[in-house]
Design a protein around this ligand. Structure first.
Ligand SMILES: [Zn+2]
Length: 383
């Protein structure tokens, strides 16, 4: 696992955390915000490792020293050798708990287990946070809870958390991770110390992706598409999503106003296959159970986002933009997509695609969604 001083591209966030640690003024509740995959979760886990370490060391600069001599570079770091560090590295520290909506699968109550996990509900929060928060720490260095996708916390769950966020038991640190702070209730926000994570610069993302074995053209696409997120880009690239996106945009550009029934079926199959692979990968990686249902909704959502990026490029092109397109690698395809519709129609297609994404989370059958996506992309007609 990565240590705090090894995280690159988030010097301001890490620097603030290190300042807090050096001054012994660590807030007991944090809200980490920023795009998916820019290092929020990695930082939260690294911070936990440092806080739980039995013999934290003072750093000699490490990786970051090459670029600056800020607090981010010179601050404390986990020893990596103590019992606690070993437990963190193995992913089994009893005083560290990740809280996420899929934990519903491990709930004792069958009703909770069988619910479609659209939000991070109060049952999960009670069982995996509010219950254990008051129990004594196993190693006497406190306890850390990291809440992933906090923007999905239900209102009831957020309300139930307020008292603990305000005044957690001694030694407890709670880190909430969300994309944007305004997605959280104001009462939750005001009880957390806000740490913002920035999108990473495009060139930095491209460089990291090519170092990770991604071809230059593909890396340029992901850097534009993923809002400066190396993590998400690498994940999507590994899924083979780039070839899929090239193929789908090409087919949509050739689509006549009459639509194509086969294309809906093909898209449903593609997202289904990707979801199957995601379920297998999750099992292989950390033995975590990812439900097929959730995986299908996620991959469908990603493909919808990719399609929307094509139409939004087409709209920018029609408006005579001089900004680089996300799908600059398929310029002719984008031109063709744009020629078929008026700018208003293009806007309607993009809006409709985001509606479909919302429908997915309301449990509409993905196959039906795909059929309608094809109709929308063929004719700009809404449902
Ligand atoms: Zn240690």
């Amino acid at each position: 696992m990565i240590d705090l001083h090894e995280i690159v591209g988030q010097e301001s966030a890490i620097g603030r955390l290190q300042q807090n640690i050096s001054a012994n003024r660590l807030p007991h509740a944090f809200l980490f915000t920023g795009p998916v995959g820019v290092g929020r979760r990695t930082t939260a886990i690294a911070l936990a490792k440092l806080l739980l370490c039995e013999k934290p060391q003072t750093g000699d600069g490490g990786l970051l020293a090459a670029v600056d001599d800020s607090d981010a570079a010179s601050g404390k770091r986990a020893c990596g050798k103590c019992n606690s560090c070993t437990l963190m590295d193995s992913g089994n520290h009893p005083d560290f708990q990740l809280v996420y909506k899929e934990l519903a699968r491990f709930h004792d109550d069958a009703n909770v287990r069988n619910r479609v996990m659209q939000d991070l509900g109060i049952d999960v929060v009670r069982k995996f946070l509010l219950g254990p928060v008051g129990l004594a720490a196993s190693y006497g260095r406190g306890k850390i809870f990291v809440v992933l996708e906090s923007e999905l916390l239900s209102i009831a769950a957020q309300n139930a958390l307020l008292k603990t966020l305000e005044e957690p038991p001694p030694g407890v640190t709670i880190i909430m991770i969300a994309q944007r702070d305004e997605q959280m209730l104001p009462t939750t926000r005001s009880r957390c110390s806000l740490i913002r994570f920035n999108p990473l610069p495009k060139d930095f993302v491209i460089q990291k992706l090519t170092e990770g074995g991604v071809a230059q053209t593909e890396a340029e696409f992901w850097a534009g598409f993923s809002d400066g997120s190396v993590g998400r880009s690498l994940r999507l690239s590994k899924m083979g999503m780039y070839d899929i996106k090239c193929d789908i945009l090409q087919k949509l550009a050739l689509l006549g106003r009459g639509g194509d029934a086969k294309l809906g079926e093909e898209l449903a199959k593609t997202s289904d296959k990707l979801a199957e692979n995601a379920v297998k990968d999750a099992k292989k990686q950390d033995g975590a159970a990812l439900s097929k249902n959730l995986a299908t909704r996620r991959t469908t959502g990603t493909i919808l986002e990719i399609i929307a990026s094509g139409y939004s490029d087409a709209m920018m092109l029609r408006a005579g933009t001089d900004k680089p397109l996300v799908n600059g690698d398929q310029l002719e395809v984008i031109q063709r997509l744009g020629e078929k519709f008026s700018p208003t129609e293009l806007g309607e297609i993009i809006e409709q695609l985001s509606q479909f994404e919302r429908l997915l989370w309301r449990n509409v059958n993905p196959k039906i969604v795909w059929d309608n996506v094809v109709i929308t992309c063929a004719s700009a007609a809404s449902l």
